[in-house]
Every structure is written in C-alpha cells, then in structure tokens.
Design a protein around this ligand. Structure first.
Ligand code: SF4
Ligand code: FES
Length: 264
C-alpha cells in the first residue's frame, strides 16, 4: 500500500483567553499533516500533540452539524470541509466574524438563536384537526417548493459573510429569514401573517442589500440570498394590496401561502 503523503502545515490561530488576555493575538503552530486532511484535522493534531489549551467547536466531522465554522484565510468555512490541499503557505484561522468570541475560536451563537426564535421556525397549522384524522399530507411537488430552504445546518457562515449583519447587528439575517420563507412555503402552514411582523421590516428583509455573499459561502447550497429576494417581492405585493387596492387590507390578510410559493 502506498504510504499517505505528509506535509508540514503552518497554522496561525487567533487566541483569546478572557481570563488572562486583554486582547486577542495570533499564535503560530507547525504540524505534520496528511495531504488529504482538512483544517479541523490539523487543529485536532495541534490540540492532541502540541497545545491542549486550544479551544474550538466541532462534532460530526462531515459537514452536517454546523458547529465547526471559522474564518480560514479570511473566509467563513466549515473547518471539517476546508481541505489542506486547497491552501498554500501559512493558513490563518480565526473565529467566525461578527460574533462575540468566548475563547480562541469559540464564538457565542446567542444572537443567532434569538433571531431564529423570532421568525417562528415551525409549522403553524393552517387548520387544527384531531390526531384521529391522521397526518397533514403533502405532495412531492408541495415538498419541493421549500425543500432547498430546509437544508440549513445553522452553521452561521452566512452571518459571518454578510456585511449588513456586520454593520447592523439588529438585522434578522440570512439563515433566520430563509427559515421563515421555508415555513411560509409549506402547504401545511398558516403562519405567514405572523412571521411578516418580523420579516417585512427594516430589521427583516429590507435590511438586505443583496450582496449575495451569504449564498456564496453556504455549505448546504441553501441559497439564502434568493429566499430573501423572494420575500421582498411578496412583502411588496402585500404593501401594494394593502395601500393601493380598495378593501386591500383585508385582502392582504388573505394573501396565501400559494401566492408566496408561486413567486419562487
Ligand atoms: S443558510 Fe447556509 S450558511 Fe447560513 S446557516 Fe444555513 S447552512 Fe449555514
Ligand atoms: S464538525 Fe460538524 S459541520 Fe464540521
């Protein structure tokens, strides 16, 4: 069997210990890695063999759990999906941008979690029926309307990439708004009107200036930028119906989930 190729990798990692440091500083590590490893493997080797005090989050090592996001050479990446072969020279590793740092590469996700809650990311049934009447059925075509937007792994890379979130932390942001869109498009859901109170505001979709960086960095190909633009269109239709059409206020309240879906 051919031996696996090895390579000396230099990592420059931003360190910060709130108990001892007044500010963050870079620390350089040299570590022998196998050519096919990812950045997370290199960090694990540093922690195991060189510096057990290094802190970072990870769990699945297969781009599913969303916990290993960090800035790698300035770009938001899943460290378990950032292959060493794609980098030359010193690899700079920093915590995800736009989030408070707890320690080293570990950031606090509280703001993101709070925003997820605000968009009510769950099915609000259009009609309640007793369990005895069975499940709420959905056709494959109805599923396909929102499937792409349900693939989010909550990695927060889109927030780290979004200049608007960096400038205006009140912005609900790409992933949470995309999740609102996902439920609005669900044939079983009747909660669009409730979500619009958060979505169709200056902190909601209107804060988005369509830079598109969220979709470029998304490892799950959710395409949050397209979800937000679709929501701008449906929100604009709401406004036109309410303000320019006689009797439109009550008509707006009946703008259906299907209308939202037809624009997608
Ligand atoms: S939309 Fe994409 S980048 Fe944003 S949190 Fe979800 S998976 Fe991550
Ligand atoms: S460790 Fe789970 S996504 Fe990277």
């Amino acid at each position: 069997m051919t031996p696996l190729k090895e390579r000396l990798v230099q990592l420059e990692v931003l360190r910060y210990n709130p108990d001892t440091d007044t500010e963050a500083h870079f620390q350089r590590y040299e570590v022998v890695c196998q050519e096919e490893w990812v950045v997370l493997d290199a960090l694990n080797k540093v922690k195991a063999d060189i510096d057990p005090t290094l802190n970072y989050r990870w769990s699945c090592h297969m781009a599913v759990c969303g916990s290993c996001g960090m800035m790698i050479n300035g770009e938001p990446k899943l460290s378990c999906h950032a292959f060493l072969r794609d980098y030359e020279g010193v690899i700079r590793v920093e915590p995800l941008a736009h989030f408070p740092v707890e320690r080293d590469l570990v950031t606090a996700p509280d703001d993101f979690m709070e925003k997820l809650k605000r968009v009510k990311p769950y099915v609000i049934p259009k009609e309640q029926k007793p369990i005895s009447e069975g499940e709420y059925k959905q056709t494959p075509a109805q599923l396909m309307k929102f499937r792409q937007y349900s693939m989010c792994i909550n990695c927060m890379l889109c927030y780290a990439a979004c200049p608007q979130y960096g400038l205006t932390p009140k912005f609900i942001g790409p992933a949470a708004l995309t999740l609102a869109h996902r439920y609005n498009l669900d044939s079983r859901d009747g909660g669009r009107k409730e979500r619009q109170e958060v979505v169709a505001t200056h902190e909601g979709v209107w804060e988005c200036t369509f830079v598109g960086a969220c979709s470029e960095v998304c490892p799950a190909h959710v395409d949050p930028a397209s979800a937000l633009q679709q929501m701008k269109i449906t929100s604009s239709i709401d406004w036109i119906v309410e303000h320019l059409i006689p009797g439109g206020k009550s008509a707006r309240d009946t703008v259906s989930r299907e209308d939202a879906g037809d624009i997608s």
